[in-house]
Design a protein around this ligand. Structure first.
Ligand code: ADP
Length: 219
C-alpha cells in the first residue's frame, strides 16, 4: 500500500508574506512512527495543523489515501481519520478516565452500545490500572493522563495519530514508557504515528526522523 498521508510541494504562509513551510515533500506510511524535529519557530506545529486539516490549504498539496485533503469534508476527516495527542493532554478534568474515552467514542458513533466496554479495553491496552478507571482526570499523574489521551486518540480507530510534544511535560522514565506505547500503536496496530518533538529520547526511538529548518525538511 502507498503512503497513508503525503505532502506534495507543500508551501504555507499565514499572511501571504512570510512563508512558514517551503516545498515540503513527505510520505507517511502505516505501521511507522515519524518524528518531526526542529527549533522553535521552524514550522513543526504548522505542519501538524495542516496534516490535521486545521488550516485551509490550496489544492494538490496534502493527500490522505491519495485523495486531495482540500476536497474532503474536514470535519469528518478530523473526527474519524486522525487522532490527536497534545502536550498538556487536553482531557476533560471533571470526567473520569473511562468517561473521557467514552465521550470520544460517542461523538464518533452515537449508536455504539458497547462504549464502556470498548473504553475499558482501550485503557487496559495503554496500561492504565483498573482501579484508576473511575478516577477523575486530575487525580491521575501526568503519565497516566497522557495514556488516557492516547486511549482517546485510539477510540475511533483513526488511521493516523498526530502528537504535539506528547512527552514535553513528563519525566524521563515516563517519557520512555509513552514512547514505547506509541511504538506499539504503530507496530502492532498498524497506525501511522507522527510526533513533533524537541526530545532527544523521542529522536532516538522513532522509525523515521525529519528535521525542519526554517520551513524546509532535511532527513
Ligand atoms: P514550531 O512548532 O516549530 O515552533 P510554528 O509552526 O509554531 O513552529 O511556527 C512557525 C512560524 O509561523 C513562526 O514564525 C510563527 O510565529 C508563525 N506562526 C505560527 N502560528 C501562526 C499563526 N496562527 N498566525 C501567524 N503566524 C503564525
Amino acid at each position: 500500500m502507498g503512503a497513508i498521508i503525503q505532502t506534495k510541494n507543500l508551501s504555507f504562509s499565514y499572511d501571504n508574506m512570510h512563508t512558514v513551510l517551503k516545498d515540503i515533500n513527505l510520505e507517511f506510511f502505516s505501521g511507522k512512527v515519524y518524528g518531526i524535529f526542529g527549533r522553535s519557530g521552524a514550522g513543526k506545529s504548522t505542519l501538524l495543523s495542516l496534516l490535521a486539516g486545521l488550516e485551509t490549504i490550496n489544492e494538490n498539496q496534502i493527500f490522505y489515501k491519495d485523495i486531495d485533503l482540500s476536497s474532503l469534508n474536514l470535519d469528518r476527516y478530523r473526527s474519524h481519520d486522525i487522532g490527536i495527542v497534545f502536550q498538556s493532554y487536553n482531557l476533560l478534568p471533571q470526567l473520569t478516565a473511562v468517561e473521557n474515552v467514552c465521550l470520544s467514542i460517542e461523538l464518533n458513533n452515537p449508536k455504539n452500545k458497547d462504549k464502556i466496554k470498548k473504553a475499558k479495553g482501550l485503557l487496559r491496552k495503554v496500561g492504565i490500572r483498573e482501579e484508576l478507571f473511575n478516577h477523575k482526570i486530575l487525580k491521575l499523574s501526568g503519565g497516566e493522563q497522557q495514556r488516557v489521551a492516547i486511549a482517546r486518540a485510539l477510540s475511533y480507530d483513526a488511521d493516523i495519530i498526530l502528537a504535539d510534544e506528547p512527552t514535553g511535560n513528563l519525566d524521563p522514565e515516563t517519557e520512555e514508557e509513552i514512547i514505547k506505547l506509541f511504538l506499539n500503536v504503530a507496530h502492532k496496530e498498524n497506525k501511522c504515528v507522527i510526533i513533533i518533538s524537541h526530545s532527544r529520547e523521542v529522536k532516538k526511538h522513532v522509525d523515521v526522523c525529519y528535521q525542519l529548518i526554517n520551513g524546509r525538511v532535511t532527513i
